[in-house]
Design a protein around this ligand. Structure first.
Ligand code: G3P
Ligand code: MG
Length: 243
């Protein structure tokens, strides 16, 4: 069972910042998950919400700011001890991780604003940076997942979902997705893993932060857990393997 750091090691450092991704590498994560939105001048920026209020010292919508303006704010509101954390571009995260072996789960935040051309730009950047083998795209907006597949049929994709989707695996297959990205509590619904396996789908589960959740995933045999605390998940996985 692999471990991806959710928004970087966001339990310890400001989410979706280079500081959180560096920490994920240092903690031995197998990959990172991050969220992508688009600035007013068309830059791909790594930030979870459509607004910057919750995580920065600024206010307003990502899409109303240029990259330069966004870079002027501190993005350390959740962890003020990181005194100079800024919003990274997707390119900066790729540059940081390129020399590692980590996977990158790029979540397209197109659910509220379907940023024009976001899918094309993400695919182009990933190709240009030589990261295609290492990236998997996901979204709660399954039109975005489908669009990625149409633009690049061999791109790896996963459908994100929160509550129980009826026959999720068959539905994912109908889109052409390669993986399910369910919230952890979906594992209690009958036949989720079996249906995924029958169709050759991977199962990447979020957000797994407690021991109880980790054990549920281990027992179910999921492929990846996405956690704010990659060190805790890793330590326990190793301990379990040894015993
Ligand atoms: O990709 C897994 C997880 O990040 C999905 O939810 O809201 O944390 O982006 P959210
Ligand atoms: Mg996310």
């Amino acid at each position: 069972m692999k471990i991806w750091a959710h928004r970087g090691a966001s339990g310890y450092a400001p989410e979706n910042t280079l500081e959180a991704f560096v920490l994920a590498v240092e903690m031995g994560a197998d990959g990172v998950e991050l969220d992508v939105q688009m600035s007013r001048d068309g830059h791909l920026v790594v930030v979870h919400d459509e607004r910057i209020d919750r995580v920065s010292d600024g206010s307003g919508f990502v899409r109303d700011y240029t990259l330069k303006e966004l870079k002027g704010y501190l993005f350390n509101r959740t962890h003020p001890e990181y005194a100079d954390a800024r919003i990274p571009t997707l390119q900066e995260v790729y540059e940081l991780l390129k020399e590692t072996s980590l996977c990158v789960n790029v979540e397209l935040k197109t659910g509220i604003y379907m940023y024009d051309g976001l899918e094309e730009r993400v695919l182009e950047l990933t190709r240009r940076m030589g990261m295609e083998e290492r990236v998997i795209y996901s979204s709660f907006n399954h039109y975005s997942v489908k669009k990625i597949k149409e633009l690049k049929p061999d791109a790896r994709t996963g459908i994100l979902y929160s509550d129980g989707i009826f026959h999720a695996a068959a539905y994912a297959e109908s889109i052409g997705a390669d993986a399910l990205h369910p919230a952890v509590y979906n594992l209690q619904y009958p036949g989720v893993m079996e249906a995924a396996r029958e169709r050759g789908l991977k199962v990447h589960v979020w957000t797994v932060n407690t021991e109880e959740e980790r054990l549920m995933c281990l027992e179910a045999g999921v492929d990846v857990i996405i956690s704010n605390y990659p060190d805790r998940m890793r330590g326990r996985c190793k301990a379990l393997t040894i015993s």
